[in-house]
Design a protein around this ligand. Structure first.
Ligand code: DON
Length: 319
């Protein structure tokens, strides 16, 4: 298929400045004590609230990190854009828009009401309903093959083989009534595309994949680079799927706070309840943060502050 030309908005500022500002962002916000660690998944409640890491990867392969950038944590909702990107790449952008939606729900990530109000449809692939529906589209003869498609696909974005945190997976599996309920509700509307409980289980596994901010920055830089991993040079998805994924992130990556995020940061991004955030700097690179305490929408407090600071000081805002 014909590829659209890559859109590049330039390069990251020079390495010395990036390193200095990463250090400054870390120092400036490490002492912020606001927010609370997620505890609705029991295994996440014991996360260390002091942890704070930042990583940036340029599309030409530059890599810089500060703080707890090598600490592994579960990817959670940050898996959603990558599974969506893989499915857009499989099915084409029109089909996934029709099946999953691409508008903001204006409601929290685990909202049941959002499905009812839509009506009977998922708002977008970044909220739990849309993400479970996205995973229900994954190809494979059985659950094991579908899971391997997801694990291998996310591993290509990261440039290394990712593995599940079995403790977090078991913990969320045993407290997963709400997600299973959402999947059953979607089944009632004909808006889930495989067995709802199987899809929820694969979705829960994908959320339990272990990553560091260094991994997430590479994954994010792959989205910044039109679908090519800047470290391995592998093309993971086509450029059109990449562009569509960034549009969905800008619209819904920070849930009902996506407008405020775009207003302050001006870049597509995705948060997760374990405290990670990825931010894509189109054509330039990927930024990732990790700090477990969250605001009331489920977004990392220090990660939000550090990303806004870096976007401003490094001149990354696309607007
Ligand atoms: O399904 C869930 O609730 C979690 N596995 C993921 C949710 C999440 O990360 C929302 N993020 N801020």
């Amino acid at each position: 298929a014909a590829q659209t030309p890559r859109i590049s908005t330039g390069t990251l500022p020079e390495a010395d400045l990036v390193i200095r500002l990463l250090d400054e962002a870390h120092a400036r916000f490490a002492g912020v004590e606001d927010g609370a660690v997620a505890d609705y998944i029991p295994a996440l409640a014991s996360s260390d609230p002091a942890q704070f890491g930042l990583s940036i990867v340029g599309v030409h392969g530059a890599r810089h990190s500060v703080g707890d950038a090598g600490v592994a944590f579960t990817i959670q909702s940050i898996s959603k854009p990558f599974v969506f990107a893989l499915m857009a790449n499989e099915l084409g952008h029109e089909k996934v828009r029709e099946l999953l939606g691409v508008n903001n729900s204006g409601l929290p990530f685990d909202s049941v009401l959002a499905v009812e109000l839509n009506p009977g449809r998922t708002a977008n692939p970044m909220v739990n309903a849309g993400a479970i529906a996205t995973t229900s589209l994954v190809p494979g003869a059985d659950a094991a093959a579908k899971w391997e498609f997801v694990r291998a696909g996310l591993s290509r974005f990261a440039g290394r083989e990712l593995a599940v945190d079995e403790e977090v997976y078991a913990s969320e599996s045993h407290s997963n009534a709400r997600n299973e309920g959402i999947a059953r509700l979607l089944e009632g509307y004909g808006r889930i595309y495989s067995d709802p409980i199987e899809a929820t289980d694969i979705y829960t596994r994908q959320c339990s994949l272990l990553v560091t901010t260094e991994d997430l920055a590479v994954m994010s830089a792959t989205l910044a680079d039109g679908g090519v991993n800047p470290i391995t040079q592998e093309r993971v998805i086509d450029e059109d799927s990449c562009k569509r994924t960034l549009a969905v992130l800008a619209t819904a990556g920070l849930y009902e706070r996506s407008g405020e995020w775009l207003y302050e940061v001006g870049l597509p991004a995705k948060s997760g309840v374990s405290g990670g955030i990825i931010t894509v700097i189109p054509g330039k690179g990927g930024l990732a943060s990790f700090s477990p305490p969250l605001d009331d929408a489920g977004n990392s407090v220090r990660g939000t502050l550090a990303t806004a600071y870096l976007s401003t000081t490094l001149g990354l805002n696309v607007f």
